[in-house]
Design a protein around this ligand. Structure first.
Ligand code: 13P
Ligand code: SF4
Length: 318
């Protein structure tokens, strides 16, 4: 007999089986970000970083795409696939970077920097992408910056920590929009140093959305997929992970003999940091979204076309 909860929905292994069954019947592909809960990552056809999710969305032949991540990721999948149905289990799954960079304010910022080409991190809305020359992710930001002639003035938005890191790596002046990721901005230099001192054999892998004071203690800085690559390649047996804790599921799966320690935030009650937006998605919401084919992403065609050009430029350069 199928086990059901009070709402009449399957639970436990039967919920995962119901998700797999619906996915097959709908000809859907489930694309999940590394920051999702382990049960969602295990139910997905593909788990990846922001660039890989966009690349998968660009090449899938499935009729329905379920993007289990945050809104800008599902919106990017829809921009690339106007004829497919694109679903996001919880439409309220946002991002502080996208929320703190609104069209009117950004347009007047750009008006103060005429003659600049505009590079935007994929963590922004379609309206901001539509004002950009090229989009980037943390995997390719340095390459995208370097693709412009050395004397070309550049704006980089909306993450000022990622922008400062790229500015240093590429040795290029960049005008930065002052946004931050509300999760990575909380990593704390003092608590990271304390953790390092208590585990002298551990190496540190950090995401470039962290502040510079944190990144200077890292042995490796890169996107979530870069952190996974580094963790597999390093001879160290212990790795301190300075990004959202959801990635530890894949790190442990890929490296059963190694230990992964989440870096703490400034708040002493938090030994690991999680993104409340990413964590709005649950396996139950994934099931409901496949069952009801909703919530669905929609956007006006003129806006989609304006946002598509800088995304395509990124994919060509990646
Ligand atoms: P990546 O997975 O592309 O490194 O991005 C991290 C992130 O914060 C996504 O919102
Ligand atoms: Fe946005 Fe940060 Fe959450 Fe990623 S982790 S979705 S950048 S708030």
């Amino acid at each position: 007999m199928t086990k059901q909860n009070e709402a009449g929905l399957p639970t436990g292994p039967q919920l995962a089986a119901a998700v797999a069954d619906l996915r097959q019947r709908l000809d859907a592909v489930i694309l999940a970000h590394y920051y999702q809960e382990p049960d969602i990552q295990d139910a997905a056809d593909f788990v990846g970083d922001s660039l890989a999710l966009a690349q998968q969305a660009a090449r899938t032949s499935a009729r329905v795409i379920v993007l289990v991540g945050v809104h800008f990721m599902a919106e990017t999948a829809k921009i690339l696939n106007p004829d497919k149905q694109v679903l996001l289990p919880d439409l309220a799954a946002g991002c502080s970077l996208a929320d703190d960079c609104q069209e009117e304010a950004f347009a007047s910022f750009l008006a103060r920097h005429r003659g600049h080409k505009v590079i935007t991190y994929i963590n922004c809305s379609a309206r901001i992408k539509a004002l950009s020359d090229v989009v980037c992710t943390s995997s390719n930001a340095e390459r995208i910056v370097r693709s412009f002639p050395a004397d070309q003035p550049l704006v980089f938005a909306p993450d000022r920590h990622l922008g400062a890191w790229v500015r240093e790596r590429a040795g290029r002046p960049l005008v930065l929009w002052p946004g931050v990721c509300e999760v990575h901005a909380q990593f704390d230099e003092r608590r990271l140093v304390e953790l390092k001192e208590s585990c002298p054999d551990a190496v540190v892998a950090a995401h470039p959305e962290c502040p510079a004071a944190v990144l200077r203690h890292a042995d490796y800085v890169g996107s979530t997929s870069g952190i996974l690559r580094f963790a597999s390649e390093t001879p160290a047996r212990r790795v301190i992970v300075v990004t959202e804790a959801g990635i530890i599921h894949q790190l442990r799966r890929a490296n059963p003999g190694k230990e992964f320690l989440p870096a703490p935030g400034a708040d002493p009650s938090q030994n690991a940091l999680e993104c409340r937006h990413m964590k709005r998605n649950t396996l139950e919401k994934l099931y409901l979204c496949l069952r009801d084919r909703a919530p669905e992403i929609a956007l006006p065609e003129a806006l989609r076309l304006r946002a598509l050009a800088p995304i395509q430029r990124m994919l060509e350069l990646s």
